[in-house]
Design a protein around this ligand. Structure first.
Ligand SMILES: C[S@@+](CC[C@H](N)C(=O)[O-])C[C@H]1O[C@@H](n2cnc3c(N)ncnc32)[C@H](O)[C@@H]1O
Length: 227
């Protein structure tokens, strides 16, 4: 599926404003669009048959078990960056993770996440405008970022701030649709060359099961070397 076909799918299930995100979309527009979508977001994802939340949470879980051998899941501190209405939190909770912080640019999306009673901390901030003052360097054991790294939403430079939030030896888990890799891949490689992080795994996972939506996405897990 190419970008134009995906755009048609996003427009059909998530509305024209989401379908038409570009590099020129401002943060205020992004905030407004997600504030407006917050009440319908979960239903839209049911209609598009989103399939990535569970496998992405499992990718993080699998590597966490290798890194934090004896640390109980409920003591592992995870930030969900671009948490939206908390669908990733739902999956992490099923795996026993309850020390969860939700970060999002949209206050209304966070309000929906709050109603799920899964996260114990909420931060309304943009990943593209670092540093985020509420977050200390190395404060989290892991970060997960689902369906938030794409054109018009979060800039690739945000990886630096995402790494800063996580302790050395901690993990970052995120997904990027292959057709959107562009700038992100360049920054991922630069940070790897700079000794900031190292790849633990990269695999293809399901994205949406609806016919007219992208079927697969790339799931990455990176280990922080220094932040
Ligand atoms: C497609 S939703 C994904 C939500 C959730 N992770 C999921 O998979 O269901 C993208 C989320 O990223 C948030 N977002 C967009 N740009 C952002 C930014 N610059 N900083 C933080 N959050 C952002 C939006 O408000 C929205 O909740």
């Amino acid at each position: 599926m190419d970008k134009e076909q995906a755009k048609a799918g996003f427009t059909k299930y998530f509305g024209a404003k989401t379908g038409n995100f570009t590099k020129e979309t401002t943060e205020d527009e992004v905030k407004r669009i997600y504030d407006e979508r917050s009440r319908t977001y979960d239903q839209e994802h049911l209609a598009a048959r989103s399939a990535y939340h569970k496998p992405l949470a499992e990718c993080l879980h699998k590597t966490l078990k290798d890194v934090f051998l004896d640390k109980p899941n409920d003591q592992i501190k995870i930030i969900d960056a671009g948490a939206g209405t908390g669908l990733i939190g739902v999956e992490l909770k099923k795996l026993g993770y309850t020390n969860l912080c939700a970060l999002d640019i949209s206050a209304e999306m966070l309000k929906e996440a709050k109603e799920k009673e899964i996260y114990n901390e909420f931060i309304c901030a943009s990943l593209s405008e670092p540093p985020i003052p509420q977050i200390e360097t190395g404060q989290f054991d892991a970060l997960i970022c689902a369906a938030t790294l794409f054109e018009g939403l979060v800039r690739s430079s945000a990886f630096v701030e995402m790494i800063r939030m996580v302790r050395a030896d901690g993990l970052l888990c995120f997904n990027i649709w292959e057709k959107e890799l562009g700038d992100y891949q360049e920054t991922i490689s630069e940070l790897e060359k700079a000794g900031k992080w190292i790849c633990s795994s990269k695999q293809t996972i399901p994205m949406y099961a609806a016919e007219d939506m992208p079927k697969e996405t790339l799931a990455f897990v990176y280990k922080v070397l220094r932040n």
